[in-house]
Design a protein around this ligand. Sequence first.
Ligand code: 2PG
Ligand code: MG
Length: 447
Amino acid sequence: MRIESVSALEVFDSRGCPTVEAVVRCEGGRPCRAIAPSGASTGRAEAKELRDGGRRLRGKGVRLAVENVRTVIAPALIGRDGDHQQAIDRLMIELDGTPDKSRLGANAILAVSLATAYAAADAADRSPVEHFSHLWNEHARDLPATNELSLGRQPLFPTPMVNMISGGLHAGGNLDLQDFLIIPCGATSYREAFDWIVEIYWELGRRLNDAGFEGTLVGDEGGYGPRLTSNEQALEFVVAAIDGAGLKPGQDVGLALDVASSHFYHDGGYHLAREGRALSAADMVDLLERWVDRYPILSIEDGLAEEDWDGWKQLTDRLGHRVNLVGDDLFATNSRRLQNGIDRGIANSVLIKLNQIGTLTETFETMRLALSAGYRPVVSARSGETEDVTIADLSLATGAGQLKVGSVARSERLAKYNQLLRWEDSAAGRWPFAGRLPFADLKTPPA
Ligand code: 2PG
Ligand code: MG
């Protein structure tokens, strides 16, 4: 499966921001494309996107990254075996030579890494799910099986974690917390889960409108962006919408939060601007515990800031047996940071964003480490996305169990959800739906 051509071009993401599309073709196959996504609430430990600087497009152009694909990466990759994903990724890491991929750009490297996987799949006449499973198995072969449906052992339709209300950097600071999400854990299939989500989303929009809030204006990920009076009010609205849609909060549908607290943490305090108060780490843990007592919350992401490891330890000791505690900015999909968390007993889940680390191989390594330590992976989109559907294919193929893409509005989000609907349609019962599995160990499962 010799790589015959590697190229790239500048395209645009869901915020109109330039990004890198790579095009790779293997012998006997068609040209295959992949596009790098881009975050707004980025963690400090993430691999770095290369942007041009200067005046054009406020410095955000990616012509240098595209040039790096054409002049540095392409000559090194052409002639190599596209099925040897690990070797291809290692070669790009070496060519870059920096710890954060800042020389060639994580946007350039990731786009090529993913396009190579699609090109190899095409040349081998494998579906993307078959090919990602084949690559994942090289990493996950010896994962311990805890039960028949254990995560990471076989393809699973992921339980979606879906944004209903957006705040923080994704919606102009209307609320301090970034995402108020729902998890349709009680559904019996991915399609049923999706029907429920849409019913709840529409119900929520109507209720926000009726209450005089903006029930049609949406944030970067398609969740509503109402200017509510407090953060907790968002939780109340979402629970009422689940109920109003005829579903049982907690039993059919749980809640999740992405607090994204690194972005309101400064000078040792958590500054809730919407509520005009600043909290210590201990106060934040108390607040989150109160919400877990009061609302059917299954998962909390970045409840504390990326460098507040001591606060994270308190949070994990207090809530780690009751909810999934997901490290996003904290771990940045980086196996060294995740290992540190595992060693210190911090968090029990990890957000998986391919562009935080920059290659498919390193992403798989982090997922493998997570699963072998009993941490649950949540495959995630970025707030800046495109029509690229890699995370849908990858979350299914690896059996990660959870997928976080944003809401059910904006087609860069629906592209991923629809891809899974297509797989479900064609798979005809071949792969199970994860449902409650990623939450099975929690001490207070939904009533
Ligand atoms: C997050 C992501 C996606 P961003 O914080 O989890 O919601 O946001 O891509 O802006 O980092
Ligand atoms: Mg996050």
